[in-house]
Write a protein that binds this ligand. Structure first.
Ligand code: AMP
Length: 412
C-alpha cells in the first residue's frame, strides 16, 4: 500500500515524500482511514510502530479540511497529551514535519523549564497543542489555556501516564474539553485502569492492535550474558570494544546507577552521558542531540527518561540491568529495530536477576540465546543472602501494573 491510497491531501503527501516515507506502516494503514472519517480510536501499539504519524497525519488533514484557520488568533483545536518531555518534543517535531506545507500552528509545553516562552507561544494562538499533563494542568489553572474549542483529543502512551501517576491530571484535563469531540487513545499495554478509562471516554471506537507487547520485534537479535554483578561494568567495557557498536543505549534501573556507570565509562575513554529525571531539560536535550549526531557513543538511561526517545538507526540496546517489569524489556529493545531496521539487544543478567529473566522469557515466548564465550562468566551459584542484596524492586507482571502506586509524582 502507498500513502497515495489513503486519500491524503497533496500538501501532506508532499511532506511525507520529503521525510522519505514510501509506505504507511500497519498502524498507519489501519488507523488513518477511520480517524479521517471522524471515528474514535483505541490503538494498542508501542513506540516504533509509526503510531505518532498514524495520529498526526489525519489530525492535520482534519483540522485543515474541516475548518481552515481564519486570520487572527487561533484556538486550540487538537490536543495531544503524552507522558514525557522527550515524547512531547518528538510529537511536536513530527507535527511540524508532516504539516510543513499547511498553514497550521503547533506548540509544545512541558514542565521543568520556564513557563514564559510557552505562554508567549500560546498567546500568539495555536491550532495543535502537544503537552505533558503536569504543565498543562498548571496552565489551565492559571487560565492561560482554554480547551473549549478542542475537536480532537489524543492521549498517547496512556499506560505510561498511569505508571507515572498522571492519571488524575489526565482525567481533569479531559473534563475541560467539549464532550462533542473526537478522541484517540494509544497505549502499549491495556491495564484495567486504562481499559476502563477508554470505555468511558471513547464513543464506539475502532480498535487497532499492532505488535502485541508479548511478541518481540523479529528484526531484533537478542543476546544474553550471564555475569556476576560485580563484573558487569567490565563486561560492558569488553563488549564496547566491538566497533560495530556505533551507538548504544544502556539501560540501568536507577538514576544513581546511571551516573555511576557514566563515570566508569568516561574513565575508560568511552564517550557517555546519562539522561534521567534529575538532569535538567537542557542537559537531557544536549545529550540526546549529541547522541543523535554521533558525537556521543553511549547514552545511559533509566526507563522513564528513555521512554519514547525517537532515534533513527540505533544499532544496539544494552540492558545493563534487567527490568523488574517484563513489558519494560520489550519497550527497551523496541528502541532498536525501528521501522523495519535490524538491531541488537544485549542483556546482562546476574544471579539475582534470574527471576526477572524468567518473567521476560515467559512474556516473549522464547528463550534469549545465551553467549557463553566471554571473559566474565558467572561464578555465583546461589542467590545473594537477602541482607546483602541491594534493594531491588519486586517482580511485577504487567497485569498488576495498575496497582503499583508511584511513590514520587513526576511533574510533566
Ligand atoms: P513512532 O512509532 O511514531 O515513534 O515512529 C517510529 C519511527 O518510524 C520514527 O522515526 C518515524 O519517523 C518513523 N516512521 C513513521 N512512519 C514511517 C513510515 N511510513 N515510513 C518510514 N518511517 C516511518
Amino acid at each position: 500500500m502507498q500513502f497515495t491510497e489513503l486519500n491524503l491531501i497533496p500538501s501532506i503527501l508532499k511532506a511525507l515524500e520529503h521525510e522519505n516515507y514510501t509506505e504507511p506502516t500497519p498502524i498507519q494503514q489501519q488507523a488513518i482511514p477511520p480517524i479521517l472519517s471522524g471515528k474514535d480510536l483505541l490503538g494498542c501499539a508501542q513506540t516504533g510502530t509509526g503510531k505518532t504519524a498514524a495520529f498526526a497525519i489525519p489530525t492535520l488533514q482534519l483540522l485543515h479540511k474541516n475548518n481552515a484557520p481564519k486570520p487572527g488568533r487561533r484556538n486550540i483545536r487538537a490536543l495531544v497529551i503524552t507522558p514525557t518531555r522527550e515524547l512531547a518534543l518528538q510529537i511536536y517535531e513530527n507535527f511540524c514535519a508532516y504539516g510543513k506545507y499547511l498553514p497550521l500552528k503547533c506548540a509544545v509545553i512541558f514542565g521543568g523549564v520556564s513557563q514564559k516562552p510557552q505562554e508567549i507561544a500560546l498567546q500568539k494562538g495555536v491550532d495543535i497543542l502537544v503537552a505533558t499533563p503536569g504543565r498543562l494542568n498548571d496552565l489551565i489553572q492559571q487560565k492561560l489555556i482554554d480547551l473549549k474549542d478542542v475537536e480532537l483529543l489524543i492521549l498517547d502512551e496512556a499506560d505510561r501516564m498511569l505508571d507515572m501517576g498522571f492519571i488524575h491530571d489526565v482525567k481533569k484535563i479531559i473534563a475541560k474539553t467539549p464532550s462533542q469531540r473526537q478522541t484517540l487513545l494509544f497505549s502499549a499495554t491495556m491495564p484495567s485502569a486504562i481499559a476502563q478509562m477508554a470505555d468511558s471516554i471513547l464513543k464506539n471506537p475502532v480498535k487497532v492492535t499492532i505488535t502485541p507487547v508479548s511478541s518481540t520485534v523479529d528484526a531484533i537479535g537478542q543476546r544474553l550474558y550471564f555475569v556476576d554483578k560485580g563484573n558487569k561494568k567490565d563486561l560492558l567495557l569488553h563488549l564496547l570494544k566491538d566497533s560495530s557498536i556505533e551507538s548504544a543505549i544502556v539501560f540501568t534501573r536507577t538514576k544513581h546507577g546511571a551516573d555511576r556507570l557514566v563515570r566508569h565509562l568516561t574513565k575508560a575513554q568511552v564517550s557517555a552521558k546519562a539522561i534521567h529525571g534529575d538532569k535538567s531539560q537542557g542537559a537531557r536535550q544536549t545529550a540526546l542531540q549529541n547522541f543523535k549526531n554521533r558525537t556521543l557513543r553511549v547514552l545511559v538511561a533509566t526507563d522513564i527518561a528513555a521512554r519514547g526517545i525517537d532515534i533513527d538507526e540505533l544499532s544496539h540496546v544494552i540492558n545493563y540491568e534487567l527490568p523488574n517489569i517484563p513489558e519494560t524489556y520489550v519497550h527497551r529493545i523496541g528502541r532498536t529495530g525501528r521501522a523495519g531496521q535490524s538491531g541488537v539487544a544485549i542483556s546482562l543478567c546476574d544471579f539475582d536477576e534470574k527471576p526477572y529473566l524468567a518473567d521476560i522469557e515467559k512474556l516473549i515466548g522464547k528463550r534469549i540465546p545465551v553467549i557463553k564465550d566471554h571473559p566474565y562468566p558467572m561464578t555465583q551459584t546461589a542467590p545473594t543472602p537477602k541482607e546483602a542484596q541491594p534493594v531491588r524492586p519486586p517482580r511485577n507482571k504487567g497485569k498488576e501494573l495498575e496497582r503499583v502506586k508511584p511513590k514520587v509524582k513526576v511533574k510533566g
